[in-house]
Design a protein. Structure first.
Length: 726
């Protein structure tokens, strides 16, 4: 199938008016798809030219964008059909003539409009063909409301038929149209953006259109006979063969057949065997005069009711007169084929891969020929004698292990028995494994069951061998034929048994606490992730280094799962300002084991970054300066240490002084003369609480000792004054 292709392209424009003309390509053939991409100024709507069908018409903001199409009659080349606008506006367009498309306008499908603002990027929306993946033609279009907004860079892959058209008229409006194609065997495409020559201050609109290719042409074979034998007349039927044979013909397996009748819907031929062998699945190929083809299959059979066969030689016996390979010229080798025809109806005639008759109902003569694998030629047809005496040794067809893994079933090509030599001689290539018993299956005597010394697991790959002890395993012929010594027999292992688990759990990663600073009482939580579920006994622990001090995060939860949680609670005095370390995991008297009892490997792998985990276990040190004062609006002070918030309580009234430079102060309201209990609490930035500080505030009339010397002097001065007043 071929992609649709652009036969020719053109562009054009029209100044202000209500009847814009749309120039079409000069070269257009009947059946072509004519598709037009146009922009018209302002918001006037367009009635497309007669005979065209509107695919889409959209308001792009400052202009209208249009896509319309028709199936060409062949007379449109170089014409300029006109449409009708609802207002007087200008227009600009690009038109394609496309060949090798489906011919149905429903197979021309457009995306939704992708409108752009004042930008040099026009990014078409994706489109998906309703008919699915095919040799589709995708068309990307950018339509802009400015004459110089045409493409300078195109969507990736859109290298075909790159066409631009501009219209510039400052009085009637301006437009720019850019269109390109891409061949893509896909149901959908989402083109990258066009880059336009200017950002302008106008809008643009972008689309993606998909066009379906024309349907495939050529012959179609509807019926092919199931069988044919050399010299037989056979007929195939269908369509598109052509009225006459010309250079056409029919082959079977590459061998030309003899044509006896030819028409557009049927061909009759006489079957020719040539270099073919008998058998199923032979390719019939019909070729027309214009070299188009279609194929079917047929079985080549011998011209006899008693059958035929073909076998690939495996170590053919060229020394035994009962072998068909005996005396063959040239000598038959492994890989050659032998084809036989039971033209005497001997019945159930079968030749084995060594060249012996392994089955026949009646003794007699049959025909056969060899195919040389080296040069790919058939030898001449000869006659051979088939005896009813079974002289063929049994061979192994296959060997397999059932899902239970407790047996190896060896399929033999005929019923078996164990002779006087016994059932020994079997070997298995697995180290340390032997065959403990071997016996013919009690229900199917074409199967020999071998019992391995251990269960075969789903990971075992091995072969089996057999050393013939003499009258060991043999067929059931009147004169039994021994199973030959063999080695390297492939075994299909269907066991679903898992090998024993001898490997302990391994740590895959260690998750550390979230980055931050942890205070007294905060939990540091670590998650140890294993490659399998782990059962915990006791209290294993992660060893931690916190500021040079050894600590342990004890096991907390997760036993029976593949993720174990260990926690450590920050204690007072712990401090680490540059990040903790997680050096190791210790059992600490406990156990870490998988479901099979294997001990875990304690090596820590992929430990998260503990350097971002900081510890502050130091409480802030705060104090209250005791105060005895005659000031009834006293100021309390004290030290704040590294506390970031303080709570001061004076006589049950709470204040929140602001720490500054390691100290604090608090102005109190007017107080009566009295003694007041004072408490101070604080918290640092990490949430550590200070030990509560306590003090007493005394507001007094006088401070003993300070005024005692002056009191007699004051009394002597003030007493006469008070007495005069009184």
């Amino acid at each position: 199938m071929a992609f649709p292709s652009v036969r020719s392209a053109t562009g054009g424009s029209s100044s202000n008016g209500t009847s814009p003309a749309f120039s079409l390509p000069a070269t257009i053939s009947a059946g072509d798809l004519i598709i037009v991409f146009a922009g018209t100024d302002s918001s006037a709507t367009l009635t497309v030219p007669a005979g065209f069908t509107a695919i889409t018409q959209d308001n792009a903001g400052s202009f209208m964008s249009h896509i319309f199409a028709k199936v060409a009659s062949g007379s449109e080349g170089g014409t300029s059909p006109t449409g009708t606008l609802s207002g007087t506006e200008s227009s600009c367009h690009v038109a394609y003539a496309i060949q090798d498309w489906s011919g149905n306008l429903s197979d021309v499908q457009a995306s939704t409009i992708a409108a752009g603002g004042s930008t040099d990027q026009a990014d078409p929306a994706s489109v998906t063909a309703s008919w699915g993946s095919d040799d589709n033609l995708f068309i990307a279009a950018a339509i802009a409301d400015y004459w110089n907004q045409t493409a300078t860079a195109w969507p990736t892959g859109y290298t075909g038929n790159q066409t631009t058209q501009q219209h510039q008229d400052e009085f009637s409006g301006t437009q720019g149209v850019s269109v390109a194609t891409r061949e893509l065997a896909s149901a959908s495409d989402d083109p990258s953006a066009f880059t336009l020559a200017t950002t302008s201050n106008q809008t643009n609109a972008a689309y993606t259109v998909v066009v379906k290719p024309a349907a495939a042409f050529g012959p179609t074979l509807d019926t092919v006979p199931s069988t044919a034998y050399p010299g037989q007349s056979r007929t195939v039927t269908g369509t598109g063969f052509g009225a006459t044979q010309g250079t056409g013909g029919i082959t079977i397996g590459g061998v030309t057949q003899t044509i006896t009748a030819w028409s557009d819907t049927s061909v009759t031929f006489t079957a020719v065997l040539g270099a073919n062998s008998y058998g199923t699945g032979k390719t019939v190929e019909l070729t027309t005069d214009d070299d188009t083809t279609d194929t079917g299959t047929i079985e080549l059979v011998a011209d006899t009711a008693s059958g035929f066969g073909v076998v690939t030689m495996s170590d053919p016996n060229t020394t035994d007169e009962s072998s068909v390979a005996f005396g063959a010229t040239p000598t038959v080798v492994t890989g050659d084929q032998f084809e036989w025809e039971d033209f005497n109806a001997l019945g159930n005639l079968v030749i084995d891969a060594a060249g012996f008759v392994s089955s026949v109902d009646t003794a007699g003569v049959f025909r056969g020929r060899f195919w040389d694998a080296t040069d790919g030629t058939w030898g001449s047809v000869n006659t051979f004698t088939a005896s009813t005496v079974d002289e063929t040794a049994p061979t192994i067809s296959s060997a397999s292990v059932p899902t239970a893994g407790d047996n190896i079933a060896v399929q033999i090509d005929e019923p078996m028995q164990v002779g006087a030599g016994g059932s020994g001689g079997w070997t298995i290539s697995l180290g340390g494994v032997s065959v403990t018993t071997a016996a013919v299956d009690g229900s199917d005597d074409t199967i020999v069951n071998l019992t391995p010394s251990r269960t075969i697991t789903d990971e075992d790959t091995f072969t089996i061998g057999y050393t013939q002890p003499g009258d060991g395993f043999q067929d059931q012929a009147d004169t039994p034929n021994d199973l030959a010594t063999l080695s390297g027999q492939a075994v299909t292992n269907n066991s679903t048994q898992e090998p024993p688990d001898v490997t302990g759990p391994v740590i895959q990663s260690v998750g550390v606490p979230t980055a931050g600073t942890y205070a007294i009482g905060d939990d540091l939580s670590f998650t140890v992730n294993w490659n399998e579920a782990v059962t915990v006994t006791g209290t294993p622990a992660l060893n931690l280094d916190i500021g040079g001090s050894s600590r342990q995060a004890n096991y907390a939860s997760g036993s029976g799962a593949a993720a174990l949680v260990f926690t450590y609670t920050v204690q007072e005095g712990d401090e680490d300002t540059d990040g903790i370390a997680v050096p190791s995991l210790t059992l600490d008297g406990g156990t870490l084991q998988d479901g099979s009892g294997n001990n875990a490997t304690l090596t820590l792998n992929s430990v998260g970054d503990p350097s971002v985990v900081l510890v502050d276990g130091i409480r802030p040190v705060i104090s209250i300066n005791p105060l005895t004062t005659t000031d009834t609006t006293p100021i309390l002070t004290g030290s704040a240490g590294d506390a970031t918030s303080l709570t001061l309580v004076v006589n049950s009234v709470t204040y929140n002084p602001t720490p500054s430079g390691g100290t604090w102060s608090q102005q109190l309201p007017e107080l009566a003369l009295d003694t007041y209990p004072v408490t101070l609490n604080g918290v640092d930035a990490n949430g550590n609480e200070a030990v509560e500080a306590q003090a007493v505030l005394s507001v007094v009339d006088e401070i003993a000792g300070t005024n005692s010397i002056l009191q007699p002097v004051l009394r002597s001065i003030l007493s006469p004054i008070f007495e005069d007043v009184l």
